[in-house]
Write a protein that binds this ligand. Structure first.
Ligand code: NAD
Length: 261
């Protein structure tokens, strides 16, 4: 129970990787702030499930990560409820697949806001509390697309390269304060986000569903297996441990060998 008495706020944690990270941090004893969209009953059942299974307090914020004021209010409310945000996981993200010349400008703005700028706004609001306590962990769910590109994902690739740079700058600023900042960069993880991009990729590349899975997604991953949400969550837990106190400014790949090529 390495995180007892600590509080973890995980953006985009009503689903997929974020929910797995929230559960894994709760298993280590952290109180949790869940965030994200989705069916109200399903979110409430996830929240209650975390409290019941792990004996921690879990709250939920419906804050929209594309709205800076809502992001600031979410962190303020977490500070008021729990006294601090000790572990901040910037994980909320969306995807859109289209050639640049057809890419809707509002989708570009939305992806940059949710996948990149929200991490600046959460950090802006949470860092003073971490500095006051002299301890903190900031973990950003980046992507293999923070290191390499794929066609038709311009906004996503730009945002993910951006969050890798933001993480490095923050790591240098916060190193004297026992606050580490790192990126986890998964390859393809089987989540609703990945499932949802299959139809658009089929359209953009003129492929069948099976071809998208085999020839686009798993083609990039030499292991030929999807990463699991629990594997990503286990790395997040490790980054919160004392053993990881000297890991900062790192961008850790978990991509079945994708970016080694
Ligand atoms: P997901 O769709 O299962 O989860 C995304 C989460 O973000 C959900 O909780 C959703 O409600 C939330 N969200 C979306 N827009 C939001 C907004 N405006 N405000 C607040 N919350 C919002 O997807 P996932 O695959 O679990 O993705 C999580 C993160 O992991 C993303 O940043 C994604 O880019 C990254 N990632 C995913 C993969 C993958 O293969 N699944 C690979 C690399 C990186």
């Amino acid at each position: 129970m390495t995180l007892k008495t600590k509080t973890a706020l995980v953006t985009g944690s009503t689903s997929g990787i974020g929910l797995a990270i929230a559960r894994a941090l709760a298993a280590e004893g952290a109180n949790i702030v869940l965030n994200g969209f989705g069916d109200a009953d399903a979110i409430e059942s996830a929240r209650v499930g975390i409290e019941g299974t792990y004996g921690v307090e879990a709250r939920y914020s419906a804050a929209d990560m594309s709205k800076p004021e809502a992001v600031a209010a979410m962190v303020r409310e977490a500070n008021e409820a729990f006294g601090s945000v000790d572990v901040l996981v910037n994980n909320a993200g969306i995807q859109f697949v289209s050639p640049i010349e057809e890419f809707p400008a509002d989708k570009w703005e939305q992806i940059i806001a949710i996948n990149l700028s929200s991490a600046f706004h959460t950090m802006h609001a949470a860092i003073p509390g971490m500095k006051a306590k002299g301890w903190g962990r900031i973990i950003n769910t980046a992507s293999a697309h923070s290191l390499v590109a794929s066609p038709f994902k311009s906004a996503y690739v730009a945002a993910k390269h951006g969050i890798a740079g933001l993480s490095k700058a923050a790591a240098l600023e916060l190193a004297p304060h026992r606050i580490t900042v790192n990126c986890i960069s998964p390859g393809y993880v089987w989540t609703p986000l990945v499932e949802a991009q299959i139809p658009d990729t089929m359209k953009a590349r003129g492929l069948t569903k099976e071809q998208v899975i085999e020839d686009v997604m798993l083609k990039a991953q030499p292991t030929k297996e999807f990463v699991t949400v629990d594997q990503v969550a286990a790395l997040a837990v490790f980054l919160c441990s004392d053993a990881a106190s000297q890991i900062t400014g790192a961008n850790i790949s978990m991509d079945g060998g994708w970016t080694a090529q």
